[in-house]
Design a protein around this ligand. Structure first.
Ligand code: AP5
Length: 214
């Protein structure tokens, strides 16, 4: 099962990726998490990505395409994977197609910008695992601590309102074009496209995904 999770920053892709990963036993491939790990390691990739990400811009297509290509060739992706945050531009989607990667489902999470800005102000993350919480809508069992490891949760650098609004602008300019792109792919029988209301509570979105994917 190869799935693309599509939606604006903060639409709930990472939250539902954790649910799907546990449910179907396929790995989550989050390009954002991979880049943040590279920044933490201080690798050349991390150095190139940090300024761009902090400014809410997109990292270059070439860099991201290489990263994803290498990741999906690993053994744990043989039975499928969840792409969270990729593709984000038409050239990224075209590169995947040109490499013969067939996608079974594209799932769009639809959430208005104002809801997103409000959500991001309460987001807390566990960087090591990619688990995501919200202080009100999806709180951890113990305030400020990850449920499984008890480690500290952090606020992401790019969750400041100004940066979130910039990221939303880029989403509408560049990534939203993929809605039309994948709807067309679905019309031509190359994938299945699903539109979901990402404004529903977390558990309801998960239940709908489960019903959809079986
Ligand atoms: P990335 O890490 O991918 O960020 P993003 O796409 O902007 O998405 P987020 O992780 O911010 O949001 P999400 O949809 O996963 O929402 P979440 O589940 O956390 O990318 C970061 C940066 O890396 C980019 O800006 C770019 O620079 C670079 N980058 C990454 N990929 C790239 C690519 N392919 N090309 C170029 N550059 C790339 O939820 C948000 C909050 O809402 C949480 O607090 C959560 O608990 C809460 N929540 C979730 N669902 C619900 C719900 N149903 N109801 C209420 N609250 C909810």
């Amino acid at each position: 099962m190869r799935i693309i999770l599509l939606g604006a920053p903060g639409a709930g892709k990472g939250t539902q990726a954790q649910f799907l990963m546990n449910k179907y036993g396929i790995p989550q491939i989050s390009t954002g998490d991979m880049l943040r790990a590279a920044i933490k390691e201080g690798s050349a990739l991390g150095l190139a990505a940090k300024q761009v990400m902090d400014a809410g811009q997109l990292v270059s297509d070439d860099l991201i395409i290489g990263l994803v290509k290498e990741r999906i060739s690993k053994e744990d992706c043989a039975k499928g994977f969840l792409l969270d945050g990729f593709p984000r531009t038409i050239p990224q989607a075209d590169a995947m197609k040109a490499n013969g990667v067939v996608v079974d489902h594209v799932i769009e999470f639809d959430v208005p910008d104002d809801v997103i800005v409000e959500r991001m102000s309460g987001r807390r993350v566990h960087p090591a695992s990619g688990r995501v919480y919200h202080v009100s809508y999806n709180p951890p069992k113990v305030e400020g601590k990850d449920d499984l490891t008890g480690e500290d949760l952090v606020i992401r650098e790019d969750d400041k309102e100004e940066t979130v609004r910039k990221r939303l602008g880029i989403y509408h300019e560049q990534t939203e074009l993929l809605v039309g792109y994948y709807r067309q792919e679905a019309e031509q029988g190359r994938t299945q496209y699903h539109h979901m209301m990402g404004t529903l509570p977390v558990e309801q979105v998960s239940a709908q995904l489960e019903a959809l994917l079986g």
